[in-house]
Design a protein around this ligand. Structure first.
Ligand code: NAD
Length: 488
């Protein structure tokens, strides 16, 4: 990968705030630095918004709402479709940009462009399908009309781990529904969103419909926006503790919210599983995005009779991984996002080992430059280990043996989270029982990745509120009105 190509791309990425159709410097000219986690080098310096900048973004979204919400659905859909087409033309640029600022291997970044793009295509088609109902009331004394209306200006906050897909998963349904938005990407990986908003501009985005700000003081800039009565919706993807804080802020104004929060996915392998399928599924569910996914399998709950064989096979695969900067050919494991992530993975593994778990490969950080942690397998993890309760968010595969189906269910559900579960069994009835017994909003039955723009993504319990994608996704940005009229 030529350095030239990277610097040419970085030069094309805007470094300002996008407010009311203009790229602007931050109030006072403040900036923040964006790093490449594989090298530790600064790749770009961008605007660092103040609370005043954030408010200006909300002003613009509020001013643009009346006209955008009245724009014909077909036109809104066509804007998204043009954005989808432009993204296909620029897909290599977006993939490289994500690898630079976030660290994921280029092949995975390409996968994210494909996945993220599908939200544009899906919701470009959904805009024209917003529907209502009309009919007699049961008494025959009047006509009932049920209609759907855009909720209003929305505030979208996204995490650093899927810089493109988390943005399109929110922006596309919001725009399809007729909402205007202010989006705040994570300060660790803001460049992809800035470049994507430029793409929307090129696709013909009207002024004020999408506004973006980047900041190193997220709390201070976001809270006044969330508490402003002109804001009608907050959609957040990130950690559960931050989600809780934002829900508290949203409560005083009864603000509508969607919350896509943390996960602690169980990956259950029964003794009747096809072990080849389970091992392949485990590699995807665990090591995709270097383990930094809310859907990442966190606990491998494996029947005792196959646990050793499963551990042997996954260890062999992990030992074959190439580690390095994501732009290098064949790399499967890039850097973690920062030093804190490396420290967290180290602490969780050390705690598990101190309670009797065994490391079969990895188990240590890798000397810099960059923030790398060796892909790791730990077996025989004991109850009470922190790794079973915390989101690992790193390339550590932790195996807990179990004896009975009831044990597997109990261990799998023993978490505050409920985003996704994975189950491997060749027994259909057992698979069906797991659908009914596992407390998660999504499930992979004999597959290791479930995400799809056409499916309702979201969690139970502390993993969140609401759904993104699928037919459900657009309803997060619509509100229902019922009208009664006399009979004609
Ligand atoms: P995070 O909660 O630290 O940050 C998420 C976003 O919130 C970032 O943009 C951050 O700048 C912003 N933020 C932080 N504090 C804020 C505050 N006080 N006010 C307003 N904004 C604030 O999470 P992260 O580390 O960026 O992302 C990782 C987390 O996200 C993990 O817990 C992961 O499971 C979760 N996640 C969930 C999903 C999902 O769909 N359920 C998808 C991806 C990531």
């Amino acid at each position: 990968m030529s350095e030239n190509r990277e610097s040419e791309l970085l030069a094309k990425v805007p470094d300002g705030l996008f407010i009311d159709g203009e790229w602007l410097a931050a109030d006072g000219g403040k900036t923040l630095k964006v790093f490449d986690p594989a090298t530790g080098e600064v790749v770009k310096e961008i605007a660092n918004a103040s609370p005043g900048d954030g408010m200006a973004a909300l002003d613009a979204a509020d001013a643009a709402f009346p006209s955008w919400s009245q724009t014909p659905p077909r036109e809104r859909g066509e804007l998204l479709r043009r954005a989808f087409d432009l993204l296909q033309e620029r897909k290599e640029e977006f993939a490289l940009l994500m690898t630079i600022e976030m660290g994921k291997p280029l092949a995975e970044a390409r996968g994210e462009v494909a996945y993220g793009g599908e939200f544009l295509r899906w919701f470009s088609e959904e805009a024209a399908r917003i529907q209502g109902r009309y009919g007699s009331n049961p008494e025959g004394t009047g006509r009932m009309i049920v209609s759907q209306h855009a909720v209003g200006p929305c505030f979208l906050i996204t995490p650093w781990n899927f810089p493109l897909a988390m943005a399109t998963r929110k922006i596309a349904p919001a725009l399809a529904a007729g909402c205007t938005v202010v989006i705040k990407p994570a300060e660790l990986t803001p460049l992809t969103t800035l470049y994507f908003v430029k793409l929307l501009e090129d696709a013909g985005l009207p002024k004020g419909v999408v506004n973006v700000f980047t900041t190193s003081t997220s709390g201070a800039v976001s809270e006044p926006i969330i508490r402003d009565p002109r804001l009608r919706k907050l959609s957040f993807t990130g950690s559960t503790p931050v989600g809780v804080r934002l829900l508290e802020q949203a409560a005083s104004g009864i603000l509508r919210t969607s919350m896509e929060l943390g996960g602690n996915a169980p990956f259950v392998v029964f003794d009747d599983a096809d072990l080849d399928k389970a091992v392949d599924g485990a590699m995807l569910a665990k090591f995709r995005n270097i383990g930094q996914a809310c859907t990442a399998a966190n606990r491998f709950i494996v029947h005792r009779s196959v646990a050793d064989e499963f551990a042997r096979r996954v260890t062999e695969k992990v030992q074959a991984f190439k580690i390095g900067r994501g732009t290098e050919e064949g790399v499967a494991i890039g850097p973690l996002i920062d030093n804190r992530a490396v420290a967290k993975a180290s602490e969780l593994v050390q705690d598990a080992v101190s309670r009797g778990a065994v490391v079969t490969t990895g188990g240590h950080a890798i000397d810099g430059p960059g923030t790398f942690y060796a892909p790791t397998v730990v077996t025989d993890v004991k109850p009470g280990s922190e790794i079973l309760q915390e989101e690992i968010f790193g390339p550590v595969l932790a195996i807990i043996p179990f004896d009975t189906e009831d044990d597997a269910v109990r261990i799998a559900n023993d978490t505050e989270y409920g985003l996704v579960s994975y189950v491997f069994t060749e027994n259909l009835a057992r698979g069906q029982r797991m659908i009914e017994r596992l407390e998660t909003g999504m499930m992979g039955l004999n597959v290791g990745v479930v995400s799809n723009a056409a499916a309702p993504f979201g969690g139970w319990k502390s993993s969140g509120l609401g759904r993104e994608g699928g037919a459900e996704g657009i309803h997060e940005y619509l509100q229902t009105k019922y009208t009664l009229t006399p009979n004609p």
